[in-house]
Design a protein around this ligand. Structure first.
Ligand code: PLP
Length: 426
């Protein structure tokens, strides 16, 4: 099995011939992944932010099998179904009142493509042909498809590999006022200048509210988001919030933008939407934007084959029910408290530059890049699954993790990072 995988199956951002042994997962339950050798390891990544309730959840299994016996899929053109309608109702009821329509798609990246299309079509339909740029932030991450890539960080993102092919957008300096820091207007200066100079060309601003994820795991001041909202309104550009990573409680608010009490024109959600069971995302949009898009008899030009897949929608409904009927806020707060008392101790380690924590997210920024090939087996030896990148070792465990399991995760990080500096000296 592993041999065939090594020779033929491609993995994310990885060489076709792997430098590191691939782990084969045979099953997963609660916060544990079971490996081929029977070993069980704690998943500190929630399978990339998505598995908030843990694995193999009876309520989600039930929702999937019940929907499976009715219909797994049906096209969404001209047809509709209860799982999608119910999910749209719930999403609109838990997000900003300004948002009135929901577009379902199959992945986060696609939901970003749809958001960008909405923004461009909004201006184009109204006869404004010059708003063809997006203003994004450095160190942002919005997905891997072409439109999404074009708004990812221009240096650490994938721009160099696609030089000359990507749409050229405008980038503001990464948020410099970190969460908890005192606000100063100088922190918005660069963004404001870029907006002032280019607003005739800019269709929309896109950013990840409060936490920049895969572009650098940076946690910034809600005041920045508040000022961005104000300036977008002042200069007449739309505001797209990408909550694909931060949505559904991860930061301690149901949606991270609630920290700044702002209202987006367009909102992207994904990742934890189905509790990590399958791929589903949504782009939520205001009435104003949809009216703009449809001016002159136009319609939004997008329609995935698997749009609003009933199976995925049914599981998403069960996942949201589970989340909203639980005391998720208390759970996330208690994870945060434990991170603030235990993970923070990593600051004393020689290789650690900074520890950052918000909600159920804990980040170690090291002073140098991580050697994944060395670190991954070490983590497994300590009974945990982590996937660091660049200088970042980070966790966002399932919300159902208990104190002891989280303790194991944190001490594994402490021990492995400590051992890493000794390894580096050799
Ligand atoms: C993961 C992510 C995406 C892309 O989602 P996919 O489902 O991987 O396509 C977009 N934006 C943010 C903020 C993300 O974290």
């Amino acid at each position: 099995m592993i041999d065939f995988d090594t020779q033929h199956v491609l993995h994310p951002y990885a060489p076709s011939v792997p430098t590191l042994d691939m782990q084969l997962v045979t099953s997963a339950s609660g916060v544990y992944l079971e490996l081929q050798n029977g070993e069980k390891i704690i998943d500190g990544m929630s399978s990339w932010w998505s598995v908030i309730h843990g694995y193999n959840v009876p309520e989600l299994n039930k929702a999937a099998s019940e929907q499976l016996s009715k219909m797994s899929h049906v096209m969404f053109g001209g047809l509709t179904h209860e799982p999608a309608i119910k999910l749209a109702q719930t999403l609109l009821s838990i997000t900003d009142d300004n948002l009135e329509h929901v577009f379902f798609s199959d992945s986060g990246s696609v939901s970003v493509e749809v958001a960008l299309k909405m923004a461009f079509q909004y201006w184009n339909s109204q006869g404004n042909k010059s708003k063809t740029k997006i203003l994004a932030f450095s160190k942002g991450y919005h997905g891997d498809t072409f439109g999404a890539m074009s708004v990812c960080d221009p240096i650490t993102g994938m721009h160099s590999a696609f030089e000359g092919v990507l749409h050229k957008n405008i980038f503001a300096e990464a948020p410099m006022c970190m969460f908890g820091d005192e606000w100063d207007e100088k922190y918005i200066q660069d963004f404001k200048e870029k907006l002032q100079e280019n607003n005739k060309k800019i269709a929309a601003v896109i950013l990840e509210p409060i936490v920049q994820g895969a572009g650098g795991m940076r946690i910034y001041s809600p005041m920045l988001l508040k000022r961005v909202r104000e300036l977008c309104s002042e200069f007449d550009v739309l505001l797209i919030l990408d909550e694909i990573a931060t949505g559904f409680g991860r930061t301690g608010k149901l949606f991270a933008y609630e920290y700044a009490e702002v209202s987006p024109d367009i909102l992207c959600v994904g990742k934890a939407l189905t509790g990590g069971y399958m791929s589903l995302a949504a782009t939520l949009v205001s009435k104003k934007v949809m009216l703009g898009v449809e001016t002159g008899g136009n319609v939004l030009m997008h329609g995935p084959t698997f749009m609003a897949n009933p199976l995925a929608c049914a599981v998403a409904n069960a996942s949201l029910e589970l989340l909203l009927n639980s005391d998720w806020k208390k759970k996330v707060d208690s994870i945060e408290t434990q991170l603030r008392t235990e993970l923070i101790k990593c600051e004393e380690l020689e290789l650690v530059k900074e520890v950052r924590i918000l909600g159920a997210i804990g980040v170690l920024e090291l002073k140098e890049d991580v050697d994944l090939d060395w670190m991954t087996p070490e983590f497994i030896k300590h009974g945990v699954w982590l996937r660091p990148f660049n200088r970042l070792v980070y966790i966002m465990p399932p919300f159902v993790i208990n104190k002891k399991e989280l303790g194991t995760l944190i001490s594994a990080i402490y021990e492995v990072v400590k051992a890493y500096s000794i390894h580096k000296q050799k």
